[in-house]
Design a protein around this ligand. Structure first.
Ligand code: FES
Length: 156
């Protein structure tokens, strides 16, 4: 007897999967090509997706919303069995990872905001004083004075 996930009644066509996920079939094909979805082939060589693929697809769509690269999603999926839907525990682990990632991104954005606030917006674009071009005076800390190849404060 075949596993539950491979019985014909539990297999979805690409159109059915796309419709249930609310996305275009071309998007399903794209995610499939990226190795994020698992399909089986019919005798006529058509793709069929186990019903639990919808859960994986939901995670992919959530990842896109949070700006998580698909390569990272693929790595996460590699750690999951491909023959069942991600469990509640799997999702909780993924959500914790993403939360930490978003938190790190939030700190980066705050740092960038701080640098932008330090810039007077005067248009000088000075490597010496502008916090956008020389955050934390890293160029000055290098001991050679502000210097960046191809860039000069002197427009002459
Ligand atoms: S442009 Fe003048 S300080 Fe940033």
């Amino acid at each position: 007897m075949a596993d539950e996930h491979l019985r014909p009644t539990t297999l979805l066509t690409i159109g059915e999967l796309a419709a249930r996920a609310g996305i275009a079939t071309s998007a399903v094909r794209f995610y499939d090509k990226q190795g994020l979805l698992t399909s089986v082939r019919t005798a006529g060589n058509q793709r069929r997706y186990p019903r639990h693929t919808l859960r994986r697809l939901s995670i992919v769509l959530a990842a896109r919303r949070f700006g998580i690269p698909l390569e990272e999603v693929a790595e996460l999926f590699e750690a999951l069995p491909s023959d069942r839907m991600p469990s509640r525990r799997d999702w909780a682990r993924i959500a914790r990872l993403w939360h930490a990632r978003l938190e790190a991104r939030r700190r980066e954005i705050e740092q960038l905001e701080s640098e932008l606030t330090g810039c007077l917006g005067c248009g000088c674009l000075s490597l010496s004083t502008c916090t956008v071009l020389n955050p934390g005076d890293v160029l000055g800390a290098a001991g050679t004075g502000p210097l960046r190849l191809g860039w000069t404060d002197d427009p002459k």
